[in-house]
Design a protein around this ligand. Structure first.
Ligand code: MSP
Length: 510
């Protein structure tokens, strides 16, 4: 029962949630459910980042009261995650008092340790990234490559955190474990950022310019820099300074994110923790970026932005979760309405849904809605069950963020094999021959038992539909409590009565 603490980034509320936010949060949910299947105790956090200039500008543009705006937007993220059946254990908002307490405490501590100092500074600030940029970070036109806009020159007196003191420690730590960052090539990107000496981190903004933030405990004219504040959510969530469970979760922390925010997470954050004598994060798991069909960046002006709620309306929460899980590993992946729809129709309606419907409806009709009892097990049928059990166990044991697409690939491979097996065995022919009775029972039992294992394996990805499928087979949905789930042949009770048989994935013509 190894504990695991999974986190997603907390999302800016300067606009509605989009596909990338849905993605990381669905992947975290899949990993949480997989860990529970492995019998690991799991804590999963997500939430919203509600301070800083970017959010402030959005509030000002909306003309709304700040508190009302923030709650409304944060709720939109939560509603999306609820529609997607995300089983988070904690939904943090950085405007929570509990979080402000942690930020204030950490700042006071660093100030006392003389790791914070004040100085005049001129820098190039990208509001989109909420980060100062160096000339070398910009593209040939002087734009921030992620936001396609030039950063703004800012001259101010601010507080700085002496991160430069920790550079050597950081480099050593990064090299100490090849499993710290996956995919590993992102470690090289981070190391490349560490070739030059690190500049100390500006951790304040004057209130006269940025009013949306947590006040510095040692200077009320300033608020805390939004990233410094936001990163601390990860320890707030598991009770830093107040809970006896803190170490249990923190020592097994796994940060999920896309490649856009590795610098803040893998450089600033471990240093912040080191400075307050807290262990660095255990793991960073990084996925690629969603782009439009044809590889174009999604942009309103190109008309290729995909709204997660529209995708749920189109193919249901499970259809959408399935697409995300199937298509994105460690590098960029494409999405469009047409791609989501064709994956739904091909893999879910025509393959999995059709397989389930053929087998269950056939047995339902011939065996009065019950799982056929076996009087004999034929070795070839048993071999099929063993193949599925072995594949499923192996997949669940080895699944990590970037191998989630393998879980889908394995499931589809199993479905193909079951479809073929059913066609070849042709029980509709055998059923008419008295001498084949034992074999028919053995084949049909094996098919149903394999379907059971297949839908158990798919439960973390398509929880609602997999549960319906399992109930239809006379089995139970996979529980949500931490209890090791082992895939074993013959887990389906003979004579069990089928539950309601529904069309799992009706075809969608569009
Ligand atoms: N608020 C910061 C994170 C603070 S965490 C301490 C932030 N917010 S964000 O709203 O910009 O979210 C960034 C994250 O959203 C990415 O790292 C990724 O998890 C997800 N995605 C947003 N757009 C994405 C894509 N187009 N593709 C894939 N995921 C991306 O940064």
């Amino acid at each position: 029962m190894a504990p695991r603490y999974y986190t997603t980034p907390i999302y800016y509320v300067n606009g509605d949630p989009h596909i990338g936010h849905a993605h990381t949060t669905v992947m975290g949910d899949i990993l949480k459910r997989l860990n529970l299947m492995r019998g690991d105790d799991t804590f999963y956090s997500t939430g919203t980042d509600e301070h800083g200039q970017k959010n402030q500008e959005a509030i000002e543009k909306s003309g709304m009261d700040a508190e009302i705006y923030l709650s409304k937007l944060s709720d939109r993220f939560r509603e999306l995650f609820d529609r997607l059946n995300i089983q988070y254990d904690c939904y943090i908002r950085t405007t929570f008092e509990s979080h402000k307490t942690v930020v204030t405490k950490v700042l006071a501590h660093l100030h006392e340790k003389a790791l914070i100092y004040k100085k005049d500074y001129t820098g190039l600030y990208c509001v989109g990234c909420e980060q100062f940029k160096k000339e070398s970070d910009l593209d040939g036109h002087g734009n921030c490559p992620d936001h396609q806009r030039p950063p703004i020159k800012q001259t101010e007196t601010n507080y700085f955190f002496k991160i430069s003191l920790f550079q050597d420690w950081l480099k050593k730590w990064l090299m100490s474990d090849d499993n710290l960052i996956q995919p590993l090539f992102y470690r090289n990107e981070v190391l490349a950022m560490l070739v030059e000496p690190l500049e100390d981190l500006c951790i304040s903004r004057p209130k006269s310019r940025v009013w949306l933030g947590i006040e510095l405990p040692f200077d009320t004219d300033y608020v805390t820099y939004v990233w410094f504040d936001a990163l601390l959510n990860y320890i707030t969530n598991v009770g830093y300074g107040i809970s006896s469970d803190f170490d249990k979760w923190w020592n097994n922390s796994i940060h999920l994110m896309a490649k856009d925010i590795i610098k803040t997470h893998i450089i600033y954050w471990p240093i912040m923790l080191k400075a307050i004598d807290v262990a660095p994060p255990s793991r960073f798991r990084i996925h690629g970026y969603w782009v439009g069909e044809g590889g174009q960046k999604m942009a309103k002006s190109l008309g290729n932005v995909i709204e997660p709620n529209d995708m749920i309306d189109l193919v249901g929460p499970d259809g959408f979760r399935f697409y995300l899980a199937k298509s994105m590993g460690g590098t960029d992946a494409q999405i469009s309405k047409a791609l989501v729809l064709s994956t739904y129709n091909t893999d879910l309606a025509n393959n999995l849904g059709n397989l389930h419907s053929r087998v269950v409806k056939f047995v339902d009709k011939r065996f009065a809605g019950r799982v056929p009892p076996k009087t004999r097990t034929f070795p070839e049928d048993r071999a099929l069950q063993e193949y599925v059990a072995e594949k499923a166990n192996e997949t669940v044991m080895n699944c990590d963020l970037i191998s989630i697409p393998n879980l889908i690939a394995t499931s589809l491979e199993i479905a193909d094999r079951l479809n073929l097996y059913f066609n070849d065995a042709a029980p509709w022919k055998m059923v008419k021959i008295e001498e084949e009775k034992e074999r028919v029972h053995s084949v049909l039992y094996a098919m149903l038992d394999c379907l059971r294992m297949l839908f158990e394996l798919l439960t973390p990805v398509i929880p609602e539909t997999a549960s319906k499928a399992l109930v239809s087979l006379g089995s139970k949905p996979v529980g949500v409590a931490a209890a090791r789930h082992t895939f074993l042949p013959d887990g389906l009770r003979q004579h069990a009565t089928f539950g309601e048989i529904v069309d799992l994935f009706p075809r969608i013509d569009n």
